[in-house]
Design a protein around this ligand. Structure first.
Ligand code: HPA
Ligand code: ZN
Length: 337
């Protein structure tokens, strides 16, 4: 292991962009399919993994939705979430803010309460047994209707104390933030914070809409914002956190190769970027693999890596005291390395 890889391995960090269904590893997918009596169109774990080749976001989403369809019982959601938390623990993730896609489950006949019960009991165990803090973010599938999103929000209300924010994911192009303006207004009135995937495959205008119309506290991805200088200046001035996912960008061909990834440009432009894993079972690595990939390809130094970790705590949906306690752990690590 290089010195930088060792530094990254122990670097205290938060993960703020992680789709829990995207952490479903092929081995667990096969095990859950077997116990639920689900037939898979793949003969082996290796055959399934070999199918993970994507030309773009849409190609990925088809495989992702097929994969998550093995999840049926609360225990499945528990096992999925627990497996992620164990990985996170091993990678010095002190705090994780986790997306879930309820419509991808309720539309298959799995109850909202089943999904939330499995995920939240694993998060409670993660806190008690692994010392990992966490928050849950409900994502609406933007390629479905605003009515479907609103119905999902209604289903979430009895579980409001377990969900910190709502977000937007799935196919971005042709599904602008404006489509969900009323749903997000209702969510804010109910006390939810808001985030949105924007500027991943979609244009910079979607990033501006997410800020202006959805009043988001963070932008997920946001890398195409760089195409608009005024927008970039606004994001820097207003210190809007961006949850960037380098291996995802590479695998979905949002960037051609890692050396061309704009993360360093974004840091140098004063943007509040963080590094995250998105769908680690599909994109070739968890959060530390993302840090390592950008470190190596962009020549990031210790100060850049420490800045990314500090940004991750500052951008978390935690109160000031909670953030200070986590940042103190980061500072202690930096002082002894
Ligand atoms: N982008 C958009 N939607 C998603 C993703 C992603 O990377 N992962 C799961 N849903
Ligand atoms: Zn994402």
């Amino acid at each position: 292991m290089t010195d930088m890889a060792a530094f990254i391995e122990g670097l205290p960090k938060a993960e703020l962009h992680l789709h829990i269904e995207g952490s479903l590893e092929p081995e667990l997918l096969f095990a859950i399919a077997a116990r639920n009596g689900v037939e898979l169109p793949y003969a082996s774990v290796d055959e399934l993994r070999a199918a993970y080749a994507f030309g773009n976001l849409q190609d990925f989403l088809e495989i992702y939705y097929r994969g998550l369809s093995v999840l049926r019982a609360a225990r499945d959601f528990y096992d999925l979430t627990w497996a992620y938390l164990e990985r996170a623990r091993a990678e010095a993730v002190l705090h994780a803010e986790i997306f879930f896609d309820p419509q991808a489950h309720t539309s298959r006949g799995v109850a909202f309460s089943t999904v939330i019960a499995g995920i939240t009991s694993a998060l409670e165990d993660g806190r008690a047994k692994l010392g990992i803090g966490s928050k849950l973010i409900l994502c609406f599938l933007r390629d479905r209707s605003a009515e479907s999103a609103l119905a999902t929000l209604e289903e979430a209300l009895p579980h409001k104390d377990r969900i910190v924010a709502v977000g937007l994911d799935s196919a971005e192009r042709g599904h602008p933030p404006s489509k969900f303006e009323a749903v997000f207004a209702r969510a804010r009135a109910e006390g939810f914070l808001t985030v949105a995937h924007a500027g991943e495959e979609g244009p910079p205008a979607y990033v501006a809409e997410a800020l202006d119309l959805l009043r988001v506290a963070r932008i997920d991805h946001g890398i195409r914002a760089l195409e608009d200088r005024a927008l970039t200046a606004r994001l820097a001035r207003d210190a809007v956190p961006l949850t960037v996912c380098p291996l995802s960008n590479l695998k979905l061909r949002v960037v051609d190769d890692m050396a061309a990834h704009p993360l360093k440009v974004m840091l140098d432009a004063g943007l509040h970027v963080t590094v995250n894993s998105d769908d680690p079972a599909y994109f070739g690595g968890y959060v530390n693999a993302n840090y390592r990939a950008v470190q190596a390809a962009l020549g990031l130094g210790r100060d850049d890596l420490a800045r990314l970790a500090r940004n991750s705590f500052e951008a978390a949906f935690l109160d000031g005291g909670e953030k200070r306690a986590l940042i103190a752990q980061l500072d202690a690590y930096l002082a002894e390395r």
